[in-house]
Ligand binder design. Structure first.
Ligand SMILES: [Zn+2]
Ligand SMILES: [Zn+2]
Length: 345
C-alpha cells in the first residue's frame, strides 16, 4: 500500500477514494471534509460536509442556510469511520474551528493540515502536533525571509501611532475571518479598551467569535457613526476597502495592514500602507520546517505557496517531498497575495 492509494489528487482536489470523500475540494463533490472556513478551502454546494461546529457555523454565516445538502459536526480529537478509513480532526491553530485532518488506512497515517500556525492565538485552539507517515502542508510563507516575529510588538506599533496622532483615524486592513478578530483580541490583551469600529463585511463573523467566548470588548459598526467619533479610533476593514471610496469618510486616516506579507516593505509601499503590521495566521519558515520535522513524516506533500524552497529543504533533510500544485487555494486570507479577501466581503 502506497500513500497515493489512500489520497490522490483529482481535478476537484485531494480525494480519498476508499473513504469516499474529498478534503477541501475546489469543486462541488458528494462528500467533503473541510479543514477551515476560508473560502478557498470551504466552498458551497457539496452534498455532505464533515467539519468542526465552528467551521460549519462560519460557512452558514457566509453562504447561507443551504450551503450543503447535509452537515455533520466533529470535535477535536474525535474519530469517524468512513468506509475503509478512519478520520480524526486535530486543532490547526489557524482560525476559529480550523482543523488538521488525519486519515488512517491500512496502517498508514496521512495528515492534511490545511492552513496552520504553531504560535499562540487568543482566538482559536492551539496547533496540535500529530505524528504521521505523510504530512500535507501549505507553503504560503515557506521562504527563509519570512519570520513573523512577535505579534504583540506589531500591536504596540499600532497603539503607539494612535497615541501619537490622536486626531487621525487608524484604519487597519485585516482579513474578515480570523485576522480581524485576532487583531482585536491582541489589542484587548495589550490593554486597549476603547470601542473598536468594524466595516460591515466583518460584523457577522466578529459577532460569532464573540458568541464563542472570545474577548473582543466593545465593538461598533462604522455605518452611521459620526466622522468626528472615528478620529483617534481604530477601525478594522477588509484590505481591499483601504483604497476604496468607503475609506474617504475617515478623518486623515493612517492606513495599516495586518499580514505576513508586510515583511516585504515594497509590498506595503505599493499598497499605500503607512503602518505595516507583520501579523500572520500562517506558519513562517521556522514554523513550517520545525513542524515538518516534528511530525516524523518521511514524506511531505506541499499544497500551495512557495513550494520550491520547501521541497528543496526537505531534500536536504532526506525527506521525500513533492508539490501537489493544487489550483484554487490561496484565494483568501494571506495565501492569495495581499489585495483582497476573497470577494466575500
Ligand atoms: Zn486559511
Ligand atoms: Zn489557504
Amino acid at each position: 500500500m502506497r500513500p497515493e492509494d489512500i489520497l490522490a489528487l483529482t481535478p476537484a482536489g485531494v480525494c480519498c477514494k476508499r473513504g469516499g470523500f474529498h478534503i477541501d475540494p475546489t469543486r462541488p463533490v458528494e462528500r467533503a471534509l473541510i479543514t477551515h472556513a476560508h473560502s478557498d478551502h470551504a466552498r458551497a454546494g457539496h452534498g455532505a460536509v464533515l467539519a468542526t461546529q465552528e467551521t460549519l457555523d462560519l460557512m452558514r454565516i457566509r453562504y447561507g442556510e443551504n450551503f450543503a445538502g447535509s452537515t455533520q459536526a466533529i470535535g477535536y480529537g474525535e474519530s469517524v469511520a468512513l468506509n475503509e478509513t478512519t478520520v480524526t480532526f486535530h486543532p490547526a491553530g489557524h482560525v476559529l474551528g480550523s482543523a488538521q485532518i488525519a486519515v488512517e488506512a491500512c496502517g498508514l497515517k496521512i495528515v492534511a493540515s490545511g492552513d496552520y500556525k504553531d504560535v499562540p492565538d487568543p482566538t482559536c485552539a492551539p496547533f496540535e502536533l500529530v505524528r504521521c507517515d505523510v504530512f500535507i502542508t501549505e507553503a504560503t510563507f515557506a521562504l527563509p525571509v519570512f519570520r513573523h516575529g512577535d505579534p504583540s510588538g506589531e500591536i504596540g506599533k499600532l497603539l503607539h501611532s494612535v497615541a501619537l496622532f490622536p486626531d487621525r483615524a487608524h484604519l487597519v486592513g485585516a482579513y474578515s475571518l480570523g485576522k480581524a478578530q485576532r487583531v482585536i483580541a491582541l489589542l484587548r490583551k495589550a490593554g486597549y479598551d476603547s470601542p473598536i469600529y468594524l466595516h460591515g463585511a466583518m460584523e457577522a463573523i466578529t459577532r460569532y467569535y464573540a458568541s464563542r467566548n472570545i474577548v473582543l470588548g466593545i465593538l461598533r459598526p462604522v455605518r452611521g457613526t459620526d466622522k468626528a467619533e472615528l478620529a483617534g479610533a481604530i477601525t478594522l476593514c477588509p484590505p481591499s476597502a483601504l483604497n476604496e471610496l468607503w475609506a474617504r469618510r475617515f478623518p486623515d486616516p493612517v492606513n495599516a495592514f495586518a499580514s505576513g506579507w508586510m515583511r516585504v516593505r515594497a509590498r506595503a509601499r505599493q499598497q499605500g500602507v503607512a503602518l505595516p503590521l507583520v501579523i500572520s495566521d500562517h506558519a513562517d519558515w521556522d514554523g513550517i520546517t520545525r513542524t515538518v520535522a516534528a511530525t516524523g513524516a518521511g514524506e511531505i506533500w506541499v499544497t500551495h505557496g512557495q513550494e520550491d524552497a520547501l521541497v528543496h529543504w526537505c531534500g536536504t533533510r532526506g525527506l521525500q517531498a513533492r508539490p501537489l500544485d493544487i489550483v484554487g487555494y490561496g484565494d483568501e486570507d494571506e495565501g492569495g497575495g495581499a489585495d483582497d479577501d476573497g470577494g466575500d466581503a
